[in-house]
Design a protein around this ligand. Sequence first.
Ligand SMILES: C[S@@+](CC[C@H](N)C(=O)[O-])C[C@H]1O[C@@H](n2cnc3c(N)ncnc32)[C@H](O)[C@@H]1O
Length: 395
Amino acid sequence: MICHMAVRSNPVLRKISLAVWRAWRSWELSLHLSSVGASSGPGPWDRSEQLPSVCTEKPPHTPVMLKEVLHFLDIQPGQVVLDMTFGGGGHTKAILNMVPEVTVLALDRDPSANSLAQQLAKEHSGRVTPLLGRFSELEVLLSNMNVQPGSIDAVLLDAGCSSMQMDQAERGFSLSKDGPLDMRMDGERYLDMPCAADVVNTLDQQALASILTAYGEERHARKIASAIVKARRVNHITRTQQLASVVAGSFPAAVVYARKDRLHRPAHVATKTFQALRIFVNDELNELLAGLRAAQALLRPGGRLCTITFHSLEDRLVKRFLQGEDLSNLDQFHFGPKKQSTRREKLVEGNRDGGSVHWLPLRKKVITPEKDDVNENPRGRSSKLRAAQRLSHLI
Ligand SMILES: C[S@@+](CC[C@H](N)C(=O)[O-])C[C@H]1O[C@@H](n2cnc3c(N)ncnc32)[C@H](O)[C@@H]1O
């Protein structure tokens, strides 16, 4: 990728954490369920299913597509669930309240989410195990606790940022709240990990444009990168609103809010820039792949996975992983839309990510939130849920 050259030739860039650069390298098919040794599951998805009133308590992060997650994970009493993205604990709390004797392993890379998980562990003695770390660290964390591969019944991976992260100006994720341009989900855990300000003030114009194109799918990447480079010659860009104004300044005033989100509300022209920087800083695509691989290794045959993603890059990655595509070289992975192949072709082509097809989709098509849910929780408007079952044997 273009950025590699910029790094090699710039000693300052080489000092930027290697972790970030790894970002570059790196209706239900029930007919098939019996053939994979799976239970018949919870039956077809009925949007009108209601949650018991026990789930009405408002958590710090409103869980996205909660009904759908509970339906597809189909958790039974006494099972072991891995919540890979504990966040504000919305999904975990609902699982604990709804299924007796279930235990939850609650992972998050964010120390403040981990503190919430520890609090919840005290309230539900022996039922919640908080784990602080990234998806890529999960297998080691669990093997240190003697949790064996193939022993987990259900996994939830609800990617992206939590409302707590977005709402706290000092975390630097939000373009509508002024704060330091930070965006590190790990907080202060890794002192050598560059924050968003390091990225915008250090990378050359071409590298910045590549990040905006690759991770923001920003059509005006070059124009924005050029504006950033010009602005930082005058003053370092250290605040979120400073960056938002630099980006806005490169467009005519009339188009600053001309873009629309899925609810057709005006979206700031810097939204994609912020998304791209966040993905880059947190190495989110490599992490997502590591998370999917960990889920594949940890789930028992017949165990269920639900993923929730918030933009097309993530959703494509999940979709192709579940189809068994070889994603071993992410920087050569083409994130654009792909020619559709038939299910037979997919199986014959074989694997793909480690030898064979490991997953049976529980729903062929991606699931999106209901209109009412979106009105109630606009942050979930672009969410996409995929649900799949771990096959008991490879096909
Ligand atoms: C959308 S929030 C999850 C919200 C949660 N399901 C709830 O209902 O409150 C995503 C969470 O995943 C965490 N996260 C994102 N990437 C991660 C990674 N690679 N490893 C571990 N945690 C991650 C973030 O820190 C954030 O807290």
